[in-house]
Write a protein that binds this ligand. Structure first.
Ligand code: BGC
Length: 503
């Protein structure tokens, strides 16, 4: 049996083609999957703070909240509520493995269609919930939707994009996540004053992007890679011509065909993933997601209003500060779109580590010195904290946020791409769950020390990026093995032909 590592021998072709209008439309429509994910991240913190919601489903939490003792760091610590928020991520984790199978057997587009139906059903159950079982059921279905969406969208975007702007197009997924978070923050700001059903509006409005995604999933094309992989070679070539806006697609077509032939020889992608030659992209895909969560970003995305209240803002000022960090998040993602295919992935990741490390340390020191369990920061100090949080979010938004999704979607060879990517998605979900579940308790126990905890992780991930993360800018997806893994000073030792007993 020949080696399954794709070999093109000698000169590597550069693939070209225009950026067609149709590609842009497909990118935008698919990216709505990201908006739904982001909307959920942003909406729940606000909803679970609404008294009407708590009185209906979490009476004990509501009562506890009323007589909460006034310890700054501990007043919001509540396991049940955290579990409710984070249950979605467990459902998504499980779903991502099923989605990976659907993705390679039936295509990226079908996966997205299933995802959209799940989104709509989940949103309906959540927003229309009459008892806690119904709301939790909705949340789990929504989680399945996130699992399917997050599996399909980044792969779809990376495969659809011409290599030279792949980073920028893929980051549209993250851009839409950030837009979803921002819109959710703004909606919560208004619905928190609508009684008693404001929370239903907050949860139900996710239906708008969900319907757009569903309609869009019937408009977009399947990726040429997925078509060719599933033996629809002519259709794949026609799609490639259509999305590249040229008939001259032979070089790219041939490299996809070569990758598909290699992929077809692999009967058990998950088994293949456990082989040494899969280790470099697998380890990197999982670690990028783990590190992404250990920057501490979701401590801010989920709990920003709580955090800002903790340092002394009133309710409205805290919600407003949340909208400001949301805006910073969106605009900084644009910086990433602009620079990722020019400066490259590594520069962004490394620069951001320095920026995030410094801000986490200063926030930690400020709180350590000035925020005692009772009382609050003075106004100037509180403003400084908001500014520092913005600088932190900025760094995350042009680096670990988007690249945590981009790099895993572009570095696996086709035979392990969907299976490998499902490990990235599920790592994200697992560690998002852990942070969502643990943050408020950690804040209560570690107090300001939690910021040093995140800073230490940022140091570790910076060293990892410096020594072990190869640059993937501009390398065609189906030539990664040859150009990246086989050339890397450390990872090349794993690139051996190891497919003997795959059939
Ligand atoms: C992460 C989310 C995070 C978001 C913030 C995404 O890349 O996966 O966990 O909340 O970025 O913008």
């Amino acid at each position: 049996m020949p080696a399954i590592v794709v070999s093109h021998g000698g000169q590597m072709p550069e693939h070209d083609g225009k950026i067609t209008f149709y590609v842009i439309v497909c990118v935008i429509l698919a990216a709505f999957g990201g908006m739904l994910f982001g909307y959920d991240i942003g909406i729940l913190g606000g909803v679970t703070a609404m008294d009407d919601f708590l009185k209906k489903f979490f009476m004990t939490v509501y009562e506890k909240k009323k007589r909460a003792h006034e310890d700054n760091y501990c007043k919001y610590d509540n396991e049940y509520l955290q579990l409710f928020t984070s249950s979605l991520y467990i459902a998504a984790l499980v779903a991502s493995f099923v989605a990976s199978w659907v993705c390679s057997k039936f295509g990226r587009r079908t996966t997205l269609q299933i995802g959209s139906f799940l989104f709509i059903a989940g949103i309906g159950f959540q927003a229309g919930g009459v008892n806690i079982a119904m709301v939790v059921f909705g949340r789990i279905i929504l989680g399945f939707g996130v699992g399917f969406g997050n599996q399909a969208v980044p792969l779809f975007l990376s495969e659809l994009a011409p290599a030279r702007i792949r980073g920028a197009l893929n980051i549209c997924f993250q851009l839409f996540i950030t837009i979803g978070i921002l819109i959710a923050g703004i909606i919560n700001y208004f619905t928190s004053n609508i009684h008693p059903h404001g929370w239903r509006i907050s949860l139900g409005l996710a239906g708008v992007p969900a319907v757009i995604l569903l309609v869009g999933s019937f408009i977009i094309c399947e990726t040429p890679t997925s078509l060719i992989e599933r033996n629809r070679v002519d259709q794949g070539k026609a799609t490639l011509r259509r999305i590249r806006g040229t008939n001259n697609v032979d070089a790219e077509f041939n490299s996809i065909v070569a990758a598909s032939e290699a992929a077809r020889r692999v009967k058990h992608p998950f088994r293949k993933l456990m082989r040494p030659s899969s280790r470099p992209p697998l380890v990197i895909a999982m670690l990028l997601q783990v590190f992404q969560q250990f920057t501490g970003i979701n401590a801010i995305m989920f709990y920003a209003p709580v955090l800002f209240q903790t340092v002394g803002f009133g309710n409205d000022a805290a919600l407003l500060s949340t909208v400001i960090t949301g805006l910073v998040n969106v605009f900084s993602t644009l910086v990433s779109i602009y620079s990722v295919d020019k400066a490259g992935r590594r520069v962004l990741l490394l620069e951001a580590c320095v920026q995030m490390f410094i801000t986490q340390i200063i926030i930690g020191v400020l709180l350590l010195l000035h925020l005692k369990p009772t009382g609050s920061l003075d106004f100037t100090e509180a403003i400084v904290v908001v500014v520092l949080v913005c600088v932190f979010v900025m760094g995350f938004a042009w680096s670990w946020g988007p690249l945590g999704w981009l790099i895993p979607s572009e570095t696996f060879p086709l035979e392990t791409r969907t299976a490998g990517f499902s490990f990235a998605v599920s790592s994200n979900m697992l560690f998002t769950f852990i942070i969502a579940q643990a943050f408020l308790s950690m804040l209560c126990h570690m107090k300001a020390g939690i910021f040093f905890f995140f800073a230490a992780w940022i140091l570790v991930m910076g060293l990892f990026a410096l020594f072990l993360l190869p640059e993937t800018k501009g390398v065609p997806v189906d030539l990664m093995v040859e150009r990246v893994w086989k050339q890397h000073w450390f990872w090349k030792r794993y690139m051996i032909d190891d497919d003997e007993d795959d059939d």
